[in-house]
Design a protein around this ligand. Structure first.
Ligand SMILES: Nc1ncnc2c1ncn2[C@@H]1O[C@H](COP(=O)(O)OP(=O)(O)O)[C@@H](O)[C@H]1O
Ligand SMILES: [Mg+2]
Length: 276
């Protein structure tokens, strides 16, 4: 089954300063268990699209089905929010309580989870994101990466089928980024559908497929191997290609041909070693 079916989604905020379409005739599908990356520069409509997927915005035009639920039906709003959880960019804006387990419990109560079930879910979610033992910690003393993992645990505890990560690594240091990306990979391995929004192109390498968004429109959908070596396509979206891809083309121009285009630093090193 498909986790998301979006057809011709279009949305305008209709504010005085912005009458343009934030997303414009967007159609795509996400398979259950798929890891999809949505890439595009600032203001291209990524967050607007994400907010549709977890029923924070109601579709103005087009059709949307999330986890088998029709997003155009008012009665499905809370079911969709439960089935499709979202983690946001700023780790500091996602807590209602300053104590880790109280924060997670609050979120669960909001979704009507019974008191008996809450401690077990909190424990499981913290273990899953590698933050077991932090139950009584104050969120103020956590690093950015730890805060994001707690925010992920909060979403995970509701047991959604789909998780959306909206630029969750953009405010983190390299270590925090690595921990959060590893957590996403682990959730994928546990069978969750992952939608990762980013403007760091290097992060999309781990995805099954990439959706390229530009000025509210989809410019391309494909596997990382199809999308990331396509310099012409990337330049139209204003995204810088991954370092390894750029090196591949620079070497080619200098007359050095590698055996295929690498996507990561590790692949580049491997292919360079093959030259000798
Ligand atoms: N609440 C809002 N009111 C008016 N315009 C908005 C609002 N949120 C976003 N926009 C506009 O919609 C477009 C898409 O924004 P957004 O979805 O936030 O893009 P991204 O997440 O890719 O940076 C931008 O032009 C932005 O200025
Ligand atoms: Mg955004």
């Amino acid at each position: 089954m498909q986790a998301v079916i979006a057809q011709h989604l279009t949305y305008s905020y209709l504010s005085e300063e912005n009458k343009n379409r934030a997303i414009d005739d967007v159609s795509f599908q996400v398979r259950e268990g798929e890891f999809l990356a949505i890439l595009g520069h600032n203001g291209c409509g990524k967050t607007t699209l994400a907010r549709h997927l977890n029923a924070l915005l109601f579709p103005q035009k087009g059709e949307l089905v999330v986890a088998g639920l029709d997003a155009l039906a008012n009665a499905n709003i809370w079911k969709i929010r439960k089935a499709c959880g979202m983690v946001f960019q700023n780790p500091d804006n996602q807590f209602v309580s300053s104590v880790v387990d109280e924060d997670l419990s609050f979120g669960l109560r909001n979704f009507g989870i019974s008191e008996e079930e809450i401690p077990g879910r909190v424990k499981w979610a913290l273990e899953t994101v590698g933050m077991a033992g932090y139950e009584k910690q104050s969120t103020h003393f956590l690093s950015g990466g730890q805060k994001q993992r707690i925010a992920i645990a909060g979403v995970l505890a509701v047991e959604p089928d789909i998780l959306i990560f909206d630029e969750v690594t953009s405010m983190l240091d390299p270590e925090g980024r690595r921990d959060v990306l590893n957590t996403m990979g682990r959730l994928r391995d546990n069978g969750k559908t992952i939608i990762m929004i980013s403007h760091y192109i290097e992060e999309a390498v781990m995805a099954d497929r990439i959706v390229l968004l530009h000025d509210g429109k989809i410019l391309g959908i494909g596997t990382p191997r199809e999308i990331l070596p396509d310099l012409e396509l990337l330049s139209r979206t204003g995204l810088t290609p991954p370092m390894a891809v750029k090196a591949y083309y620079d070497l080619k121009e200098a007359g050095i041909e590698l055996s295929g285009c690498p996507l990561t630093k590790e692949e580049l090193v491997e292919k360079l070693c093959q030259l000798r």
